[in-house]
Design a protein around this ligand. Structure first.
Ligand SMILES: [Zn+2]
Length: 385
C-alpha cells in the first residue's frame, strides 16, 4: 500500500502532482439534486491533465453521507430524465443508444451488464432494441433487484463489491458512473476482465467542456474531457471503437472493445486542455451566480429547471429564489427546495425566469420558449469567457 495520503494523488494516474485551481469555495449540489454546503476542492493533475476533486478526509466523509441518503431523480418520481432533441422529449438512454448505433453495430444476441443500472432505464431501452439479448443489472446495493428482474429480457441482478463480480458478458455499459469512481482505471480493468474478447464497453459521462454545472456536483470526483475519457479507457487496456461529444448533448461517450490480444498501454503525457477548461468554467460559474444575484435584486426571480444546475444556482442565491419553472408536467405543482414548481405558462407576469443552463443550451431553450410563451420574461446566463 502507498503510504501517501489519498488527497495528494491523482485519481487517474496516481502522480502526486495535483495543483489546486484558483477560485475555490463554491457551494455544492449532490448528483440527486440536493443542496450541499461545499462543492469540494478543484484541482488538476500536472502529470496527466485530469480535472478532479481532491479526495480529502472532508470529501470522503461528504460522499459517505451523500450516498447514505441517495435518491434517484427526486422530483421525477423515479422516472428517467428526458432530454430534449429538436424540441421533443425522449428518454436519455434511448437517445444515447440510437446515437451509438449510428456509429457502431452490436451483435443480434449476447449478454449485457449495465453497471450502475439504477431503475433500469438503459436496460429497458437496450432490451426494446435488442430483444434477443440477456440483460443483467449491477448496483452496489440490493434495493433495485425487483425492478430490474421485472424488465423484459432481464436474466440477473448483481450487487456487492464490484471487484468481486464474476461472469462473462458480450457488452458492458456504464452511464454516469465513472465520474463517481475513486479509482476509475482500476474499475475499467475489472470491466475488461468481465468482457468476452471482442466484447463492447460503452461509457458515458458529463462533458467538462460543455457543462460547467457538473463541477459543483459534490459526489463527482472526476470531470472528464472527451480526450481524457478516451485515455482512461485506453489506460485500462481497451481499444476505442467510437467516441463522441454529441451522442447526448452536454455529455461525452466512448465505445470501446476488449481486444482479442492485449494491446500496449499508451504512455502518459500531460493534456493541458483540462486544467485550462477548469479555470474557465469556474470563472463562468462565479459570473453566473453574480449575474443571477443582480437580477434577483431587481425583481421576483424563478429558476428554470429543477436539476443539479438549478439547485446549485438556488443555493448560491439563498432566499432570493421565489419559484422554479419546469416543462415536465410531472414536476409542476410539486415543490423543490420548499419553493413551488410552476409551468412556463404560469410564471407571474411581474417575474422572470433564469435559465440555469450552459449558455448555448440556454439560447436554444429561450428560442423554443419564446415561441410557446411570448409573455415569459427569460434571463440568459452570461456568454462563456
Ligand atoms: Zn494524473
Amino acid at each position: 500500500m502507498d503510504s501517501q495520503p489519498l488527497e495528494s494523488r491523482c485519481l487517474l494516474c496516481g502522480a502526486e502532482r495535483l495543483l489546486d485551481a484558483a477560485g475555490q469555495g463554491l457551494p455544492g449540489v449532490t448528483s440527486d439534486s440536493k443542496p450541499w454546503p461545499r462543492a469540494g476542492v478543484f484541482c488538476s493533475c500536472q502529470a496527466c491533465g485530469h480535472v478532479q476533486k481532491r479526495r480529502t478526509p472532508q470529501w470522503l466523509a461528504d460522499i459517505e453521507r451523500i450516498y447514505a441518503d441517495y435518491e434517484m431523480y427526486t422530483a421525477g418520481c423515479g422516472q428517467e430524465q428526458a432530454v430534449f432533441q429538436a424540441g421533443m422529449p425522449a428518454p436519455r438512454s434511448a437517445r444515447l443508444l440510437e446515437s451509438v448505433l449510428a456509429q457502431a453495430a452490436f451483435p443480434q444476441r449476447g449478454r449485457l451488464l449495465d453497471v450502475g443500472c439504477g431503475n433500469g432505464a438503459f436496460l429497458r431501452s437496450f432490451g426494446a432494441r435488442f430483444p434477443q439479448w440477456e440483460l443483467y443489472g449491477y448496483e452496489l446495493q440490493e434495493s433495485r433487484r425487483a425492478v430490474i428482474l421485472a424488465l423484459p429480457g432481464a436474466r440477473g441482478f448483481l450487487h456487492g463489491p464490484f471487484e468481486e463480480l464474476s461472469g462473462t458478458f458480450e457488452a458492458v455499459s456504464m452511464l454516469h458512473v465513472i465520474e463517481h469512481l475513486l479509482d476509475p482505471v482500476q474499475t475499467l480493468r475489472k470491466v475488461l476482465s468481465l468482457l468476452a474478447p471482442g466484447g463492447l464497453f460503452l461509457v458515458q459521462t458529463a462533458n467538462l467542456a460543455a457543462n460547467p454545472f457538473d463541477l459543483p456536483v459534490a459526489d463527482h470526483c472526476s470531470h472528464f474531457t472527451l480526450d481524457m475519457l478516451e485515455r482512461a479507457v485506453r489506460l485500462a487496456g481497451f481499444e476505442v471503437a467510437a467516441r463522441s461529444d454529441a451522442w447526448v448533448r452536454k455529455e461525452i461517450g466512448v465505445l470501446a472493445q476488449r481486444p482479442q490480444h492485449p494491446v500496449p498501454i499508451p504512455a502518459l503525457t500531460c493534456d493541458p486542455a483540462g486544467p485550462a477548461l477548469l479555470q474557465a468554467q469556474l470563472s463562468w460559474l462565479q459570473a453566473v451566480a453574480a449575474h443571477a444575484r443582480q437580477e434577483a435584486a431587481q425583481g421576483a426571480l424563478g429558476i428554470f429547471g429543477t436539476s443539479n444546475a438549478a439547485t446549485w444556482l438556488a443555493q448560491s442565491l439563498g432566499n432570493a429564489v421565489g419559484f422554479f419553472v419546469d416543462e415536465d408536467p410531472q414536476r409542476c405543482g410539486n415543490t423543490h427546495l420548499d419553493r413551488p414548481i410552476v409551468a412556463p405558462g404560469d410564471v407571474p407576469p411581474d417575474s422572470s425566469a433564469y435559465l440555469a443552463f450552459p449558455r448555448e443550451v440556454a439560447e436554444d431553450i429561450a428560442k423554443r420558449l419564446a415561441g410557446k410563451h411570448p409573455g415569459l420574461r427569460q434571463i440568459l446566463p452570461p456568454a462563456a469567457a
